[in-house]
Design a binder for this molecule. Sequence first.
Ligand code: ZN
Length: 207
Amino acid sequence: MKFNCPSCGAEVVFKSRFSIMGVCEYCSSTIVRHDQNLEDMGKMSEIGEDMSPLQIGSTGIYEKKSFEIIGRQKAIYNNGSWNEWYIIFGDGKEGWLAEAQGFYMVSFEKEDHKFRYSDQKPGEVVTIGNVKFFIDDIKEIVYKGVEGELPKTTFFDSKATSIDLSAPNNEFCNVLIQSDKTYMYLGKYIDFDDLKFKNLRELDGWR
Ligand SMILES: [Zn+2]
């Protein structure tokens, strides 16, 4: 979908039909789409430099299907941060690639889950589908900084509770709680090399 930036008039392209938010490449205005109307949200805080080898435009392969990175949001917590890269596949399916301390997790939103947070603790077991997941950790986070285009489940500049769970066979689950909403993302831990990235960022002084 193509739009004209309400601030500078430049063409802005949303690659994913799920995207409601994008950043104009020319004037850096953040644009939110409401049906056919565009709202200029002004300039958002920048993501800042980090050591990620990934960038918007990087491509990779997950379960034999190729994807492209089209957006990013950054989650900040007490002791650090991680990146959540928004990805689309060739067939238009959307997903997330989380990048945290050298770990990579590809996941997809599961809409009809029954998980409710009620003071669960790390180490407890939660059954999702037929799989027993362990709660690895629970963090209070805030999302800061956006880049590229992002879908409706974007949490800009807002606080959330993030719960990471894992199961054997590299299964990964993230539950995100924000006010009265609970979102679930299911997927897998996957090795960097297995994602077969292309168009990675050149990092100065690295390798
Ligand atoms: Zn613009």
